[in-house]
Design a protein around this ligand. Structure first.
Ligand SMILES: Cc1ncc(C[n+]2csc(CCOP(=O)(O)OP(=O)(O)O)c2C)c(N)n1
Length: 370
């Protein structure tokens, strides 16, 4: 029996807007002025909100969170392309995209302060809260997409996760199910090179993460994740395919985690920053779109200042509302375990409340004795 190849494949890399802010004329999606400005606003919004969160955390006013500085284009581009009936299913580094989707900043702050109410997002937004469990959101997204298909909706689900999530079983099960059942889902891997202290090279032997799509029988593409135009084009193509009934797509967005993994992390202990930071700062998604807009005479210093001022004022309002809300139901998490009442959860809730009451009683007694 002869040996002969049974399969060949290529993985395409897509970049449209280069770091100098120049657009490849052949690939230019020719977005209108309003579209370009909306994307720029989304990127800056994400950056400003992130920087505010870091300050709040350092002042002890916010819990641990995962910054997304430098990665804004990966969620802002796709979020901009999504329709109202599409589902937004993220991990924990999609801040810009979430804000653009309409996810309230004060709810995001509540979430990161451990307040369960922060996860109760307006159902009309079709947006799930952050998934802290790495990869767990992939099967959720596929389930939502499959339901959309069964209901005959002209809609799709967009699901983000990190490079580390591609080493989880949930990722593989999710992709396989989606491909077999042709679920309308767009998988976006935020390849920011690191899974806490584990570099991309130790994550997989694959040359690219996009090629993992091939194994499951779906299209895969590698995109410059700091190029918001490339993210828009790749997502539009994938969403259109999903909505035509042609199933899922995997987009690998190549980017870099500029900051700490979370505010509880010290990256200097496991990575030599200087060279990589300089390289990726030059590829900043905001800087390159700004250069492009300036060259088109759509942007200048005055507009930049006005936008920053407007966003900072809006962010400050949301922070104020978040901090003013001091009502806190200790048993709120029990509300959200299942969609309907469940006997085991009801029992656990009663036990939990009894425990709290007992502790409070003990404290009162001790205070009385003291
Ligand atoms: C199932 C599971 N294992 C481990 C963790 C701890 N953890 C939190 S984030 C993280 C790394 C995730 O890396 P990646 O998927 O590349 O996303 P990134 O943080 O780079 O955005 C790990 C191991 C977790 N949250 N969930």
């Amino acid at each position: 029996m002869p040996r002969s190849p049974v399969a060949h494949f290529d993985i395409e890399y897509l970049q449209i807007l280069d770091p100098e802010g120049k657009v490849d004329a052949a690939l230019d999606p020719k977005l209108g002025k309003d579209e370009l400005l909306a994307l720029y606003r989304g990127l800056v919004w994400g950056r400003e909100a992130d920087e505010r969160m870091l300050k709040l955390q350092r002042q002890g006013r916010l819990g641990t969170f995962s910054p997304s500085v430098g990665q804004e284009a990966v969620s802002v581009g796709p979020s901009y392309c999504m329709g109202k009936t599409d589902w937004f299913v993220g991990a924990f580094r999609e801040l810009g995209g979430r804000l653009m989707r309409g996810h309230r900043f004060r709810d995001i702050l509540l979430f990161w302060n451990g307040r369960e109410e922060g996860s109760a997002i307006d159902p009309a937004l079709r947006t799930l809260c952050d998934s802290i469990i790495v990869g767990a959101q992939v099967p959720h997204a596929v389930g939502l997409a499959y339901a959309q298909k069964l209901r005959g909706e002209q809609a799709a689900t967009v699901c983000w996760f990190g490079d580390g999530a591609t080493s989880q079983g949930d990722f593989h099960e999710g992709l396989n199910f989606a491909a077999v059942w042709q679920a309308p889902v767009v998988f976006i891997c935020q390849n920011n090179q690191w899974a806490i202290s584990v570099p991309r090279k130790l994550q997989t032997r694959s040359q690219s993460l996009a090629q993992k799509a091939i194994a499951y029988g779906m299209p895969g593409i590698q995109v410059d994740g700091n190029d918001v135009l490339a993210m828009v084009v790749a997502t539009r193509e994938a969403l259109a395919r999903a909505k035509r009934g042609e199933g899922p797509t995997l987009i690998e967005a190549v980017t870099y985690r500029m900051g700490v993994h979370t505010t509880a992390d010290d990256p200097t202990r496991y990575r030599d920053e200087a060279a990589a930071q300089a390289e990726w700062a030059a590829k900043d998604p905001i800087l390159r779109l700004r250069r492009y807009l300036e060259a088109k005479k759509l942007w200048d210093e005055k507009r930049e200042e006005a936008l920053r001022e407007e966003l900072r004022a809006q962010i400050a309002e949301e922070v104020k509302a978040f901090e003013a809300d001091t009502t806190f139901a200790l048993d709120a998490p029990f509300e959200y375990v299942f969609g309907t009442e469940h006997a085991a959860i009801t029992e656990q809730r009663a036990e939990f409340l009894a425990l709290i009451a007992r502790d409070a009683e003990r404290e009162r007694e001790e205070a009385g004795r003291g």
